[in-house]
Design a binder for this molecule. Structure first.
Ligand SMILES: Nc1ncnc2c1ncn2[C@@H]1O[C@H](COP(=O)(O)OP(=O)(O)OP(=O)(O)O)[C@@H](O)[C@H]1O
Ligand SMILES: [Mg+2]
Length: 258
C-alpha cells in the first residue's frame, strides 16, 4: 500500500500516509495494543475497507471499491485472499458446519462432486469430521475458529489473513494452529496475522509491523528484533512495567499481554 490514509465514515483519520509492501511467501505479524488499528489494517489488506487517500495494490492490481463491485473480479480476489475474523461469530452463518465450509466453493460455481471432495478433504485435514453435522452457533469458541479456518482453507488461498487467531484457544489448539500456519507458509502461502500475543508473533512470523497506540507504523523489520526491544514494546503498550513489593523490597516486573 502506498501513502494510504484511512478514516471510518464520519471519523477523523485513523491511519495517515501509511506505506508498506508485503511480498508473496512472507509471514508477517502486525503487533499493537487494543485499538491501535490492527483489525482495520487487515480489513484494508483483504479488500473489506478502502483507503480514503492513497492506494492499495494486490496481485499487481490497484484495489478499489469500484473494481470489487464487479462480482467476477471480487470473487477472484477473495479466492486468492482468505480472511479469518477476530470474532468467529461474525463469519459463520450457515446452519450446519458442512454447509458453512461448502459455502465458498459453491459460490465459486464448483460442481457438487468437487465441493463434496474438497469439504471431506478439509474436514479430515483439520480433524473436524465429528462436527460436520453440528450447528456452527452451538460450537465452542475454539471449534468455531477451526470451522472458520476450514472455510478459508478450502479455497486454497495464496494469502491467508488471520486477525488475532489464537485468542481464546487452549494451548493445544494454539499449537495446532501455529503448526498449520508454519506448514502453509512453508508451502509458499503468505501469512499475515495480527496479535498482541508476543509468543504467537515469535512462533510464526519473521517480520513484524508494530503499530503505536496513536495508529502509526513505528517498526517494520525482523520480528525477533522487535521482540527484543523492550523500549519499543513498552512505548506501544505491548509490555508493561509495574511496581511490586516483595519482602519489603520494591522492584519492577515486566509482564506481557495475552
Ligand atoms: N466501524 C468503525 N467505526 C468507527 N471507528 C472504528 C470502527 N472500527 C474500529 N474503529 C476504531 O478504530 C480504532 C482501531 O480499531 P481496530 O479494531 O482496528 O483496533 P485493533 O488494533 O484491532 O484492536 P483490538 O486489539 O482491540 O482488536 C479504534 O479506536 C476503534 O475504536
Ligand atoms: Mg482487532
Amino acid at each position: 500500500m502506498d501513502c494510504v490514509s484511512f478514516s471510518y465514515d464520519g471519523y477523523e483519520y485513523l491511519f495517515d500516509d501509511f506505506s508498506l509492501k508485503i511480498s508473496s511467501g512472507e509471514s508477517v505479524c502486525i503487533l499493537g495494543a487494543n485499538g491501535s488499528g490492527k483489525s482495520t489494517l487487515l480489513k484494508i489488506l483483504c479488500g473489506l475497507a478502502y483507503p480514503s487517500k492513497g492506494s492499495f495494490w494486490a496481485f499487481g492490481q490497484k484495489i478499489t471499491e469500484d473494481l470489487l463491485e464487479d462480482n467476477r473480479i471480487a470473487q477472484k480476489f477473495h479466492r486468492r485472499i482468505g480472511f479469518i475474523f477476530q470474532n468467529s461469530d461474525a463469519q459463520l452463518f450457515n446452519s450446519r458446519v458442512w454447509d458453512e465450509i461448502a459455502f465458498g466453493p459453491y459460490q465459486l460455481g464448483l460442481s457438487k462432486e468437487e465441493v463434496r471432495a474438497r469439504v471431506e478433504d478439509v474436514l479430515t485435514m483439520l480433524n473436524l469430521k465429528n462436527l460436520a453435522d453440528r450447528s456452527p452457533y452451538r460450537l465452542s469458541g475454539g471449534e468455531k475458529k477451526k470451522v472458520a479456518v476450514a472455510s478459508a482453507l478450502i479455497l486454497n488461498p495464496e494469502v491467508l489473513i488471520l486477525d488475532e487467531p489464537t485468542n481464546g484457544l487452549d494451548p493445544k489448539t494454539q499449537r495446532w494452529l501455529i503448526e498449520l500456519l508454519l506448514e502453509l507458509n512453508k508451502r509458499g502461502r503468505t501469512i499475515i496475522t495480527s496479535t498482541h500475543n508476543l509468543d504467537l508473533a515469535h512462533a510464526i512470523s519473521k517480520r513484524a509491523l508494530v503499530l503505536s497506540e496513536d495508529h502509526r507504523l513505528v517498526y517494520d523489520g525482523p520480528c525477533h528484533q522487535a521482540l527484543a526491544d523492550s523500549q519499543l514494546l513498552m512505548s506501544v503498550n505491548l509490555i508493561d512495567e509495574y511496581h511490586h513489593v516483595h519482602d519489603a523490597k520494591e522492584h519492577r516486573h515486566r509482564y506481557t499481554h495475552g
